[in-house]
Ligand binder design. Sequence first.
Ligand code: AR6
Length: 169
Amino acid sequence: MVAIELFRGDITQLKVDAIVNAANNSLLGGGGVDGAIHKAAGPGLLLECKTLGGCPTGDAKLTSGYNLLAKWVIHTVGPVWNGGLNNEPSLLRSCYASCLRIADEFKIKSIAFPNISTGVYGFPKQLAAEIALDEIHACLKNPGQIRKVIFALFDNENFSIYNKLINCG
Ligand code: AR6
């Protein structure tokens, strides 16, 4: 049985096996949750990211967590919202699936996700939440090692959307 939980606040404060970073294709840092994760992890994270050669949209790559409470960071690159007819939904879906695939490979038992693409990248929050929950439920039909999935909800709008989707069906 896999627990799905909501956490309201900063993902860098979570003590889980892995937190997910909503990064960009360079994997060399940025603003939003990416900036917060690099700041909390310390400079070792950027040094490791520089060795990875970037990451395609929809894919994910793993690093250590350095000074974070989390042992690992899984960096994924969400799509930039560009009207919705440019494969944005399936690329977002692929972010969640790629992260869970890596989690399984590294025997990660607990993982926390931010609301990928819903900040600077402009993905509509309601649709992004529906896709995230649907894909996580689909992947967890074969859960492997995962025991807990946490959604870290930083802004009020995402918190209220997830709360409704999870608690009201
Ligand atoms: N903990 C959890 N969630 C957070 C935090 C935090 N500390 N800070 C922000 N969020 P964004 P994107 C939420 O813009 O849209 C970066 O510059 C925020 O409220 O961080 O995927 C990258 O380098 C929002 O709901 O990521 C890329 O260039 C969600 O995290 C670009 O932004 C995602 O917002 C990626 O854009």
